[in-house]
Ligand binder design. Structure first.
Ligand SMILES: [Ca+2]
Ligand SMILES: [Ca+2]
Ligand SMILES: [Ca+2]
Length: 275
């Protein structure tokens, strides 16, 4: 093609294997564009701004994801809300996008003209009196667990978030590196948990216990992204796996055998791992 065929290009990209992970999306987008450019007699016909424009149209809306939730409004002054973050390098038009709070009729629909800017976090409150609000007189986020869903104006699911019971079905203890290389203290031991779902999961106050009675509690504002993993090291910090550590001066995981348990915020067992 001598001229850049935007529609054809968009068509090709629509068939692309889609990942609900914005970083992977951008990587795939770049690879797809390079392959397309290389397949043409004159690769220069695909200017950078045109592929970027295509990329933004297709993938940027998927960069709008849930980033937090407060479902406990029992304390004085605490309010229920759910939070959405835009990690795309552009504003996203949210007109007629919808958030569902887990039950029929618990919907918030963004008014026409709503926009979330690049890097912006917005909160949708349960009660009246906020820019974005479900305008409900009763709580809508069940303290025992719920799943929030975000749909675009075409009704496509863009992001999900879960906590407590529904989140507990989606996390497993995947691995324990019980024999650390560091002599004696084995600070490089770790336990790895994985989110097997497409949902963002709230893990605040979830616990990991070992057979030796040691315990680790995940801090406030801990969210595990879809399909990703966290590690809790015995005494090391690795930000690429969440940066969590028992900060223990002695080994946690018995080299002769041990059992780990993962407990949710209600102390219900989510996963167990023995070796
Ligand atoms: Ca609640
Ligand atoms: Ca609900
Ligand atoms: Ca060990």
């Amino acid at each position: 093609m001598s001229q850049f065929d935007m529609n054809g290009f968009m068509g090709q990209l629509q068939t692309f294997p889609y990942e609900r992970d914005s970083e992977k999306c951008w990587d795939q987008m770049q690879t797809a564009t390079r392959h397309l450019a290389e397949s043409q007699s004159n690769p220069a016909v695909l200017p950078y701004h045109q592929w970027l424009n295509s990329a933004l149209q297709i993938f940027a809306p998927y960069c709008v994801q849930f980033s937090g939730i407060n479902y406990q409004a029992s304390q004085v002054g605490a309010q229920e809300y759910v939070e959405i973050y835009n990690s795309a390098p552009c504003s996203i038009d949210m007109s007629l996008w919808r958030v569902n709070a887990g039950d029929e009729g618990q919907d918030f629909i963004f008014p026409v003209g709503s926009e979330v800017k690049s890097g912006q976090i917005i909160r949708i409150y349960t009660e009246f009196g906020h820019e974005y609000s479900f305008e409900s007189r009763k709580p809508i986020w069940n303290n025992k667990g719920d799943v929030g869903q975000l749909f675009n104006s075409k009704g496509q699911l863009i992001s999900s978030i879960a906590y407590a019971a529904p989140a507990s079905q989606s996390v497993v203890i995947e691995h324990i590196e019980f024999d650390g290389q560091e002599k004696g203290r084995e600070g490089d031991e770790y336990i790895q948990i994985r989110n097997t779902s497409d949902m963002h999961l709230k893990l605040c106050n979830w616990k990991i216990t070992s057979g030796g009675g040691q315990e680790y509690t995940f801090p406030e504002q801990t969210y595990l992204a879809p399909k990703s993993a966290f590690r809790v090291y015995t005494n090391e910090a690795h930000p690429e796996f969440g940066g969590f550590s028992f900060n223990s001066k002695r080994a946690i995981w018995n080299n002769k055998g041990d059992t780990a348990q993962l407990l949710n915020e209600e102390d219900h067992k989510v996963s167990e791992f023995s070796y």
